[in-house]
Design a protein around this ligand. Sequence first.
Ligand code: SDX
Length: 436
Amino acid sequence: MVDGDLKDKDKATLKTPGGEYDFPVYGGSEGPDVIDIKSLYRETGYFTYDPGYTSTASCESKITFIDGDKGVLEYRGYPIEELAEQGNFLETCYLLLYGELPNNAEYASFVDSITRHTMLHEQMSRFFTGFRRDAHPMAIMCGMAGAMSAFYHDSTDITDPKQRMIASYRMIAKMPTIAAMAYKYSIGQPFIYPQNDLDYSSNFLKMCFAIPCEEYVQNPVLAQAMDRIFILHADHEQNASTSTVRLAGSSGANPFACIAAGIACLWGPAHGGANEAALNMLGEIGTVERIPEYIARAKDKNDPFRLMGFGHRVYKNYDPRARVMQKTCHEVLGELGISDDPLLDVALELEKIALEDEYFIKKRLYPNIDFYSGITLKALGFPTTMFTVLFALARTVGWIAQWKEMIEDPRQRIGRPRQLYTGEPKRAYVAMKDRG
Ligand code: SDX
């Protein structure tokens, strides 16, 4: 029986010392076909071995498609470039959650629902006083996301579609409020409440940068840039943090706990932490003259240094988000009148040199979304410690859409990979007195 909407295609034959076995091959609407090996162990006694899941499809999904060789990224079939240029983040949230662009009535209703969930339970603001002022904001985000399951009991029953929808809207709506509070707490300024007559990104920037003692002046160009950055970061197929959310959700954990797990995974410098690491790297390089030294280090097998913001597991071509990010970077710097940012000079020259270098060409290493995002976010006024928080804020809708798809899949079961065991074979216990 072919799962879901998979197209039954040819079969694949595996030849083992114990015999030959046929496995079904399925095709999707775009991208590589898959070999269904669900019965491999039962039929052959073998496991597959794929550390890092470089060749393993963990699920069937209809949400996001990436063609790494062509540098293509589509949300529900719509190219990221078109959504980023013509759409907005809440419209993209609706698309990721429900599969279609909203009509005017659907959009108005969705925006109203999200807007009315932006306030945090007042008691949750007391959690912040338990954190050190210099706590990394990502540590606070992990804590606060998990803590939401201690407050919103009326939306943790994952078997109830209404509760799943309420939990989803609460997280999309409250992440900006929590992120802004984490920032305000780290700089010792008072929290700024959401303002319901502002759009999502304008509201977020106000909660971050307004202060009670003077009027806050909106900048629509910067708000639009922020909104576009959120669109670019919203989802990305089965990346490490999304796979973490799916695996956590497969055990039946409540949605807030699953998102907290995703935030924790995203924090790593190889993943969502790369935007912070990339800006720090550009600062460490400092000048165009020092670029060759760092390019040499990135190529040195004995040096753990890597060019942060470069390379990708899937993209073996230019990350389409990086192009939009670079354009947005120039727009923001232009709007703010920043024409001589040394970090941008280093980034542009580093990209030029790397893209012409045989090592990077051979290994198909291109700038990814994190390469230009740091410069842009710094220009918007965020400290580097907030960069991954902004990534998590945007990716929350992608995590939720993927979690929702998994929970609604009738074939869904707990995820439980196996292993290749190379440890000690069975041996008898030795009493302490006999161990010398
Ligand atoms: C994100 O998965 C997603 O979709 C993630 C993401 C999303 O939206 O969710 O796109 C967001 O995480 C973007 C990636 C951000 N990370 C960085 O910019 C950190 C720097 N990049 C690398 O750590 C690395 O490229 C990864 C982690 C992104 C990808 O790692 P892979 O696929 O496991 O590739 P690899 O480490 O096996 O590298 C292949 C080769 C290696 O050389 P060999 O062992 O073959 O000789 O390329 C080299 C690596 O040494 N290499 C680099 C490099 N990245 C890979 N060499 C120098 N600089 C780099 N940045």
